[in-house]
Design a protein around this ligand. Sequence first.
Ligand code: AMP
Ligand code: GLY
Length: 434
Amino acid sequence: MNVLVIGSGGREHALVWKLAQSPHVDRLWVAPGNAGTEREARAENVPLKAEDIPGLLAFAKENRVGLTVVGPEAPLAAGIVDAFQESKLAIFGPSRAAARLESSKVFCKNLLRQADVPTADYHVFHSADDAERFIRDRYPSSEEDVAVVVKADGLAAGKGVTVCRNRRDALEAIDRIARRKEFGEAGSQLIIEERFDGEEASVLAITDGRTIVTLPPCQDHKPAYDGDVGPNTGGMGAYSPAPLVDPEMLGWIEEHIFVPTVHAMKRGRHPVRGVLYAGLMITHQGPKVLEYNVRFGDPECQPLLMRLQSDLFELLDATVHERLEEISPPRWDPRPAVCVVMASEGYPGSYTKGHPIRGLDEAAALPDVKVFHAGTAREGDEIVTAGGRVLGVTALGDTIPAAKRRAYEAVRCIRWEGAWCRKDISDKALKYGE
Ligand code: AMP
Ligand code: GLY
């Protein structure tokens, strides 16, 4: 079968790498892809943007694409799945209505409350005045700890969330969202919710709307610098399995979080099909949902797929055709995987592009290592930087520290002007005696 993968990041390179291993896949296109995707067997980049739904639809029709796999959230929120389905084309991902789990935090929170899924208490506001009044009434003294999080309703590239420590933080966040409209339409509603303390975990499941396949737990590293300080990024590294979520807790998450969510979406006549990614806070009172995404995480996808031993095409195809119940559960390499993101100087702020990358082949020659490309491009014979997050250097090892050592060994082979990475990816696992 011919397969089309949409997107251009490390997540999409991992999807392409794994799909290229399937005997079911004939031709493999990536729109628009990066310098790593086009190097995979049978894979070819197509110069179409992930948001160009008419262009992608026309391409899929012309090239007899039998399965399209969507990486990023923007085309899902814009209705790419609905458009493909109207043309009777098989596509992995949720409909626009189901994608609201990610694209509208108000929709998500209302559904979680209705389905009795553990999440932070919250209030929805339509105006800055009402939200400010709520904060001033509830926290009359500016001295006290203001344990709230202020969130813009819509997609804001991870920037619409402010975890507040004091009243000024909260009032400023309300002002940015609802008065200065920094996130445009995404800020036409806002949420103020209870702030939790604890450690975060990412747990992803694949669902066809009825059957749920829960994947091994992961941990992302969103702050830019070691020790979880600095500005938020798309994710500076990830590893799996994360011992913070032991098998018993993973079973609890499936039963008390995924099952009621999937059922509530089905009852609401918007079955969720594709990935259900729960961003969780593991509190003293147990796991709580901070947010849902409806796509693979980036970089969580890289260590997960590095460990997947079964055929990814079969899993995605069964999901699209609502046959997930019929296939055997995925098999996983018991060894952990660690992915270290190498970034451009200046990221997540502004950065320059076009720096030649050296040492990729040396890194790739190490055993149990795969270098996933994210922001890379080919210029003649050279591979150059083309984004903020440039590579996701991923390795397997017998233990998490062994996988970490191997990943950083590969990182040390790779050079370009201004390259940097966090040095502590996966160290959160150390306290569990790994
Ligand atoms: P979200 O996009 O809703 O996941 O929020 C982004 C980040 O904000 C999360 O990864 C958390 O680090 C933080 N966050 C969100 N909601 C809460 C909360 N209720 N309590 C504490 N931190 C939160
Ligand atoms: N790694 C976080 C995300 O994909 O949203």
